[in-house]
Design a protein around this ligand. Sequence first.
Ligand SMILES: [Ca+2]
Ligand SMILES: [Ca+2]
Length: 93
Amino acid sequence: MAVFQVTTALDTGVDNTVSDNLNLADETLDGGGLSLREALLLAQATPEADTLIFASEPGDTFASGGVIHLSSTLEIWSDVTINGDLDGPASQI
Ligand SMILES: [Ca+2]
Ligand SMILES: [Ca+2]
């Protein structure tokens, strides 16, 4: 299982696409960081179940929550957990 950390709320331009070689470093370094779409596509390219988390330390994109405006539908076709609960299960965030 791999964990992919989403670091940008962008879903446009190069953050809306992944290259054919599906390389984490390439997708992290293009555009504003690793987008939800990039992380999802990378996760779905692995044979095992993976988890997506969101960068939420102080100073990170999602430190105070955040909204990702998707430019098109996200399709999920493999076992991926999207953990968008930034501060644990006791809150409503
Ligand atoms: Ca990117
Ligand atoms: Ca990209």
